[in-house]
Design a protein around this ligand. Structure first.
Ligand SMILES: *[C@@H]1O[C@H](CO)[C@@H](O)[C@H](O)[C@H]1NC(C)=O
Ligand SMILES: *[C@@H]1O[C@H](CO)[C@@H](O)[C@H](O)[C@H]1NC(C)=O
Ligand SMILES: [Ca+2]
Length: 364
C-alpha cells in the first residue's frame, strides 16, 4: 500500500506532465499545422509498358562541372550561347568556344525558370521578386511583381510569345519556394498562369486554381500553350487561337512523375522533365490527412518522402500529347532531380536541382 501510495504521488504529477506533452504535440500537429490538406490520389502511370525504364540519361557529358550549382533551368539562345540560373544567384553562360562566363550576379537564392527574349538578354523567374529581365549587358530589372493587387510569390517558369507577351506560372500563391513540399502535402490548387503585357506593363491572370503550376511552353505556331501541374501529374493545354480560343483541356495526364519544366523542341514536339516526388512506400502519406499534418510539422521527414534525389526522367512528347520516348537515370547514378530539358542542334541540355553541372546528351 505504502509503495502504491508513493508511486501514485510520484506518478500523478508526472502523468500530468506526459499528458500535457501529448496534448501539446497533438495540438502542434493538428491545430498549428501549416497546411489544411486534401487527400491525393497518385495515378497509375498510363501507357508506360511501351516505354520501359532505361539508362539513357547516364550517358550525359557534364558541362561546367563544379561551376554551376543546382541549375533549375537551362536554355541555349539562337547564337548557341547556353544560359543557366544557379542556386547561388548567378546567371552563367557557356560560349560556343567552350568558355564559361560568370555573367551576372542577381543576389537571389530563388531563381527558377529562364527564357530568351527578343528584347535582348533573358527573362528570369525569381520565386521571391517576380519576373525579371536581365538585359544584354547583364542589368536586371523587375518587369512584374504584382497581380490583381497582391504580391507575386513563387514565379516558376516563363515563355515569350512573338508579340512580346510573357506567359508565366505561379507554382503556389500560398507557400514559398522553401516550403514547396507543403503545397504538395496540402494538395489544393494554389497555382496560376499569368500574362505580362509589355505594351501596358500590366500582369493578368490567365488561369487560376492550378495544381502547382510549373513548366510553361508555347506550341510552334503559338496556337496553344502548355502549363504543367506538378502534383496532379499532368499538363494542360490552353488554346490561344482558333475555334477553341480561351478553352483549356488536358494535354497529357497520368504521367510517371511530377512534370517540372517543359520546352518546345525545334520540330514542334516537347521535352518534359519529370520529378519523382514520392519514394517507394511513401504514397501512403497522400492517403492520410493525419500523416500529412505530421510530416508538415516535422519537415525533416520530408526528405524521406520525396524521391526526387533518387532518379531522373525526361519525356519526349509530340504536339498531339502522345509520348515519343522516355529517358531515365533509374537510380540517379549520374543525374537525379532533373527539372529541365532543352533541345538544341541535336543535343539535349539538362538542368537539375541536385547537380553541379549541366547534362549534355546527344540525341540519336
Ligand atoms: C566563376 O565562378 C566559379 C565558382 O562558382 C569560380 O570557380 C570561377 O573561378 C569563377 N570564374 C571567374 C572567371 O571568375
Ligand atoms: C482580385 O482581387 C479582388 C479583391 O481582392 C478579388 O475579389 C478578386 O476575386 C480577384 N480577382 C481574381 C481574378 O483573382
Ligand atoms: Ca520549374
Amino acid at each position: 500500500m505504502a509503495l502504491l501510495g508513493f508511486l501514485g504521488r510520484f506518478l500523478l504529477p508526472f502523468s500530468g506532465f506526459v499528458f500535457t506533452c501529448v496534448l501539446a504535440v497533438a495540438l502542434q500537429i493538428f491545430v498549428f499545422s501549416p497546411i489544411s490538406p486534401d487527400l491525393l490520389h497518385i495515378p497509375e502511370p498510363s501507357s508506360l509498358t511501351s516505354f520501359p525504364t532505361n539508362t539513357h540519361l547516364q550517358g550525359v557529358n557534364k558541362l561546367g562541372e563544379g561551376i554551376v550549382k543546382n541549375s533549375e533551368d537551362v536554355l541555349v539562345d539562337e547564337n548557341g550561347v547556353l544560359y543557366t540560373a544557379t542556386r547561388d544567384g548567378w546567371i552563367k553562360r557557356l560560349h560556343r568556344d567552350g568558355s564559361w562566363e560568370n555573367w551576372t550576379m542577381l543576389n537571389s537564392q530563388t531563381l527558377l525558370g529562364i527564357t530568351a527574349t527578343r528584347r535582348g538578354g533573358i527573362i528570369v523567374c525569381d520565386a521571391e521578386k517576380g519576373l525579371l529581365w536581365v538585359d544584354k549587358d547583364g542589368h536586371a530589372k523587375v518587369l512584374s511583381s504584382h497581380v490583381n493587387g497582391s504580391e507575386l510569390r513563387f514565379a516558376d517558369d516563363v515563355i515569350e510569345a512573338s508579340d512580346g507577351s510573357l506567359y508565366f506560372s505561379i507554382a503556389s500563391t500560398k507557400f514559398d519556394l522553401h516550403n514547396w513540399y507543403l503545397d504538395v502535402l496540402e494538395a489544393k490548387p494554389h497555382g496560376q498562369l499569368l500574362k505580362f503585357d509589355p505594351s501596358s506593363s500590366l500582369t493578368s491572370i490567365v488561369l487560376d486554381d492550378l495544381c502547382f503550376a510549373n513548366g510553361v511552353a508555347l506550341s510552334r505556331d503559338e496556337d496553344f500553350l502548355i502549363v504543367c501541374e506538378t502534383w496532379k501529374f499532368r499538363c494542360l493545354k490552353h488554346w490561344l487561337k482558333g475555334d477553341e480560343e480561351g478553352k483549356t483541356e488536358i494535354f497529357i495526364d497520368n504521367l510517371p512523375g511530377g512534370p517540372d519544366n517543359i520546352n518546345l523542341a525545334p520540330d514542334g514536339s516537347f521535352w518534359i522533365a519529370l520529378v519523382q516526388f514520392t519514394s517507394e512506400g511513401w504514397e501512403i502519406v497522400h492517403a492520410s490527412k493525419a500523416a500529412k499534418h505530421l510530416i508538415a510539422t516535422f519537415p525533416s521527414m520530408i526528405k524521406r518522402m520525396i524521391g526526387a534525389h533518387r532518379k531522373a526522367s525526361v519525356l519526349h512528347v509530340g504536339a498531339d500529347g502522345k509520348i515519343i520516348k522516355k529517358l531515365d537515370d533509374p537510380d540517379g547514378k549520374v543525374m537525379s532531380f532533373v527539372t529541365s530539358a532543352f533541345e538544341f542542334e541535336g543535343h539535349l541540355y539538362l538542368g537539375s536541382l541536385n547537380a553541379n553541372f549541366i547534362g549534355k546528351l546527344p540525341l540519336l
